[in-house]
Design a protein around this ligand. Structure first.
Ligand SMILES: [Zn+2]
Length: 266
């Protein structure tokens, strides 16, 4: 592009805003239209200006107000006033269809957004209510669990085992074992006091192979173990559970004798 052409292009780009508003005088408009036929950049800019940017371009706060165009618009307004001081102002004449409809479109868009926001708000309210309900249920559930555990471990709660009348209280261990997770719980009553430096150790006795260590536990002064959770490898098949007395840190194989053993099938 030569300097002369570049200069012409700049001048035309200044005229584009006026042209978009239909306020460019006929002679300049004819020249601009000729230039538009050859210049893609100007055609693109014009399309943008027709999209509403012309008003911004000419407004005082607009991002790129071409000073020259503004003064030409002012001149056009002054001329218009002089020519037709009576009824119709330039601003009215500028009201092309897109310009008159813009507020309507804006209102429609706002209404649409309002409806969308309202719908979204309603569905959020619904899921919030559901989440709240779920949380209340969980909280109540947690509260029951917490209370059960608290009671199990309360040092001042009485642990009372009922046995057949006339029978002497016997040491008793209850285990709850879930094979698929390998988790287990142990509760015990009336256990014999351990020698110093020793612990009870629970063993899972599989159908085949060596006993699997299933947790250490020590009874309190009353011979009770409130709740002792432990675990073995998930899926371990238990033929029986057994208890031995081991050194404090526990053992990987049971030290004889077996002091307690589950009866087969229980
Ligand atoms: Zn151009």
């Amino acid at each position: 592009m030569t300097d002369e052409k570049e200069l012409a292009h700049q001048q035309f780009s200044d005229d584009l805003a006026l042209y978009a508003l239909g306020s460019l005088d006929a002679a300049s408009a004819a020249k601009l239209e000729q230039h538009l036929g050859q210049c893609g950049a100007c055609r693109k800019e014009l399309a943008g200006l027709r999209g509403g940017a012309a008003v911004l371009a000419l407004s005082a706060t607009g991002p790129a107000a071409p000073e020259r165009s503004r003064s030409r618009l002012m001149a056009a307004i002054a001329q218009e006033k002089a020519a037709d001081a009576g009824s119709e102002s330039l601003m009215l004449r500028l009201r092309r269809p897109w310009w008159t409809l813009a507020p309507v479109f804006a209102s429609l868009l706002l209404a649409l957004f309002a409806i969308m926001l309202w719908q979204e708000n309603e569905s959020l309210k619904d899921s919030l209510a559901a989440a709240h309900e779920q949380q209340m249920r969980l909280q109540a559930h947690m509260e029951r669990i917490r209370e059960t555990i608290r009671l199990l471990n309360a040092p001042d709660a009485a642990h009372i085992t009922l046995v057949s009348t006339g029978a002497k209280p016997q040491p008793q261990i209850k285990t709850i074992y879930e094979k698929k997770s390998g988790r287990l719980l142990l509760m015990a009553t009336n256990l014999a006091t351990l020698p110093a430096g020793k612990t009870y150790e629970l063993w899972l006795v599989p159908a085949q192979g060596a006993p699997i260590p299933a947790g250490l536990f020590r009874p309190d002064a009353r011979g009770s173990v409130a709740l002792s959770p432990s675990a073995v490898p998930a899926g371990s098949e238990a033929k029986a559970f057994a208890v031995t007395i081991e050194p404090e840190s526990g053992s990987s194989t049971p030290t004889m004798p077996i002091v307690m053993m589950s009866s087969a099938g229980s």
